[in-house]
Design a protein around this ligand. Structure first.
Ligand code: ADP
Ligand code: MG
Length: 614
């Protein structure tokens, strides 16, 4: 140890230390610059880069600008125009508020800030900082109203950081991602991005719904827009709107997931969990949903001052937010019906239609598979087997073997008027005992019989479970488990919620619980591990869907066994009955494993196959 005396750090060094947190790479600079431009009310932001931003980043806006007297302060650390008191901080509505981005960036690059805040065409001013004290010099420079930030030679004076820079292409990729996020957040602002003299993006501003959809389609791809549904819901202090990808539009990577809280893109465990839970039942194993969602909340209920880069937030009412996001998405996905924009709709038409909240009537609980003479009977006694298994797991099931199915067969199979054709149309034929071919208004519908029937059966089983309640059973030998005291305390505090899930737990010590009763359906499984997972969910999110998930798995297996197998011949009325059932069943666009149950081949798609112009 050579250092014995305490001394103040030079301004530049102090700023460089702060830069360690906020300026990781060129993309961080672009993020801070765009945020500043948006905070200044810009309606147009133009970005120019050289060499992945390492050599040059120039961000120009038409915002309100910075007055000559403020220009020096703009480059100083802990100087901001955005907040003044702790009350301001707790209700902050701007993207920035820390007052350290420009000072940090200036300490690790050659930075200049040119701005003009006058409305009457006076010339602008340019500011630059120098030396270890980062003294700011200001001189006149022409600039229209607005601000230009220029950053050259990032990390020229911090070799360790410079070493972490990747190739030009990689750095450009990171900038592109930052650019996209901001562009998605604000379709009312025009953006452009140029790299080494080449325009990569040029986005016009748009203020109406059509324009917003165009912006999303440009940034996320037309396929996403076509294969997603719009949703919007407001409840109390929370409002959520945006687009969620159809389950069949899932991705192998979690790379099309944008979640904004009050215009700020964030990554949050609670949010991710709520969304994942909403997709649980409909997504193919290992796939990731795609979404662009905007949550608007009272700034007072969310803490944005959690991390210097502000990628994280802390919700003051985490449970409320979780359940709001989950229920909104769960309903939007459950309400999807053929005709709402379809499942794997090959033509992509109508896919942009919004999901209405109350337009689709809730599915009436239906009898299981066998209304005599009405619905079709897929396999002798399959339905009965399911009922027996079910009644062992759930309390006095209130199902109805008669069924409420409409006597579809008596209907004339084909209306004269096109508008009478139901969304999935009328069956024409069956192919190799596997697919149903049907004709609807758009063209040809292909249905995977087994997959479709499996979903219908599964949804009915779940409905019965929900109608009848969980049956629990005391363990013959109560199981003792050791947990952290925090988890035990949570179990005691939330014992009512746990009982509702079918779990009766008793605390027998600070770090010990006894499992006394569990849902019958789960006996024999790894109940201890499940209880641990449930408690850790409850601690993190205030809720847990693990028990439901395990039960659903069981029901899904039952549904799979009880569903029509390949190579069974169906009559045309049976096929039509299946199509009508699909139209009424929640989540019927995917089977229990997330595979599509039907696809649409529109007349245009068919024309294309035959190279037929129209
Ligand atoms: P913060 O954004 O947290 O306030 P910054 O260091 O990013 O801190 O910016 C400091 C100040 O400089 C801001 O508070 C703002 O007043 C001003 N400023 C920065 N960029 C712009 C801009 N593009 N247009 C207008 N004012 C700006
Ligand atoms: Mg800022």
């Amino acid at each position: 140890m050579t250092q014995t005396r305490i001394h103040r750090l030079a301004t530049r060094l102090a700023n460089q230390i702060a830069a360690g947190e906020v300026v990781e790479r060129p993309a961080s600079v672009i993020k801070e610059a765009i945020e500043n431009s948006l905070d200044a009310g810009a309606s147009r932001i133009d970005i120019e880069l050289e060499s992945g931003g390492v050599q040059l980043m120039r961000v120009r806006d038409n915002g309100q600008g910075i007055s000559a007297e403020d220009l020096i302060l703009a480059l100083a650390r802990h100087a901001t125009s955005k907040i003044d008191s702790i009350d301001d901080l707790e209700a902050v509505g701007t993207l920035g508020f820390r007052g350290e981005a420009l000072a940090s960036i200036a300490s690790v690059s050659r930075l200049s800030l040119t701005s003009n805040a006058s409305e009457q065409g006076a010339a602008g001013m340019i500011a630059q900082s120098e030396g270890r004290d980062m003294t700011v010099s200001v001189s006149p420079a022409p600039h229209p109203r607005g601000t230009t930030l220029e950053v050259r030679d990032l990390f020229y004076n911090t070799p360790a950081r410079r070493k972490f820079l990747r190739t030009e292409k990689t750095e450009l990729g990171h900038i592109d991602e930052v650019f996209k996020r901001q562009a998605l957040a604000r379709s009312d602002v025009a953006f452009s991005l140029r790299h080494n003299g080449k325009t990569l993006h040029s986005l016009n501003c748009a203020d109406d719904q059509a324009g917003r959809e165009r912006r999303i389609a440009t940034v996320c791809g037309a396929a996403f827009m076509e294969q997603s549904v719009a949703l919007a819901r407001e409840a109390g202090r929370l409002s959520l709107h945006g687009w969620v990808g159809l389950p069949t539009f899932s991705r192998s990577q979690a790379d099309l997931q944008y979640f904004f809280v009050n215009g700020r893109v964030i990554r949050d465990k609670l949010v991710t969990h709520a969304i994942k839970q909403a997709y649980r039942d409909v997504l193919f194993h290992g796939r990731h949903p795609a979404y662009v969602l905007f949550l608007e909340v009272d700034p007072a209920v969310v803490d944005v001052n959690v991390h210097p880069t502000k990628h994280e937030v802390r919700f003051r009412e985490g449970r409320e937010v979780h359940s709001f996001i989950f229920s909104t998405l769960h309903r939007a996905l459950g309400d999807l019906r053929p005709g709402d924009g379809g499942a794997a709709d090959a033509s992509g038409e109508d896919a942009q239609e919004g999901v209405g909240w109350s337009t689709t009537p809730q599915q009436a609980p239906m009898g299981l598979l066998t209304p005599p003479g009405g619905h079709w009977q897929p396999e002798a006694q399959a339905g009965t087997a399911d009922l027996d298994a079910l009644s062992r797991l759930y309390k006095s099931p209130t199902f109805n073997r008669g069924g409420h199915g409409t006597p579809i067969m008596e209907q004339s199979p084909r209306g004269d008027d096109e508008s009478e054709v139901p969304p999935l149309g009328f069956a024409l034929a069956q192919l190799h005992g596997v697919f149903i071919l049907a004709e609807n208004a758009e063209g040809l519908v292909l249905v995977d019989m087994h997959a479709a029937h499996e979903r219908i059966t599964y949804e009915r089983l779940k409905q019965m479970r929900d109608d009848s309640g969980i049956r629990t059973q005391p363990l013959l030998v109560p199981q003792t488990i050791t947990l952290s005291s925090r988890e035990v305390a949570a179990a005691v505090e939330m014992s009512e919620a746990l009982i509702a899930l079918g779990l009766v737990l008793d605390a027998t010590g600070d770090e010990q619980l006894v499992i006394r009763e569990v849902p019958i359906a789960l006996i024999g499984g790894g109940i201890e591990a499940l209880v641990r997972d449930v408690l850790s969910d409850m601690l993190a999110f205030g809720t847990s869907d693990r028990i439901a998930a395990h039960e659903d798995e069981l029901l899904s297996t039952m549904a799979c066994h009880g569903s029509v197998r390949a190579n069974r011949r169906l009559t045309v009325p049976e096929m039509n009955a299946l199509l009508r059932d699909m139209e009424m069943t929640e989540r019927s666009g995917q089977c229990n494993h997330g595979r599509p149950t039907w696809v649409q081949l529109g007349m245009q798609d068919l024309d294309k196959l035959f190279l037929r112009g129209r």
